[in-house]
Design a protein around this ligand. Structure first.
Ligand code: HEC
Length: 103
């Protein structure tokens, strides 16, 4: 049930309702990413820190998705931030959120 609701939200968000999906991405962020990205643990780019995100955003969205999904070798950023149970789309939604907050 829960996963079908999330799946439905994902489809809706791709069409239009970005704000609906943002709540879900924010929850995922808080649960699985905030532990490092809130405080900047091991130089994790903080949520909303434009200077930290600018050079990364330049690499492009696909590069950010790749780092988030597969991890960044040699850093504490592991695949899906260590939350292997997350669906790829859930992780991508958080990356979208992170990039949007850093603009
Ligand atoms: C254990 C700590 C930790 C957790 C948990 C974590 N990250 Fe990270 N993340 C890092 C660190 C450290 C970096 C910086 C890596 C570097 O460039 O040195 C990073 C970088 C990133 C980047 C930029 C990658 C790039 O190529 O520059 C993205 C996107 C990202 N994290 C997404 C996420 C998402 C999404 C989650 C949750 C699903 C998450 N992270 C959870 C530590 C973490």
């Amino acid at each position: 049930m829960k996963s079908s609701v999330i799946g439905t939200l994902g489809v809706i968000s791709m069409v239009a309702a970005g704000s609906l999906f943002a709540a879900t991405a924010e929850e995922t962020y808080k649960k699985s990413c905030g532990v490092c990205h809130d405080a900047g643990v091991a130089n994790a780019p903080k949520l909303g820190d434009k200077a930290a995100w600018a050079p990364r955003i330049k690499e492009g969205k696909d590069a950010m998705y790749k780092s988030a999904l597969l991890g960044k070798p040699g850093t504490l950023m592991s695949a899906k931030g260590g939350a292997a149970y997350l669906a790829d789309d859930e992780v991508k939604a958080v990356v979208d959120l992170m990039m949007a907050k850093a603009k």
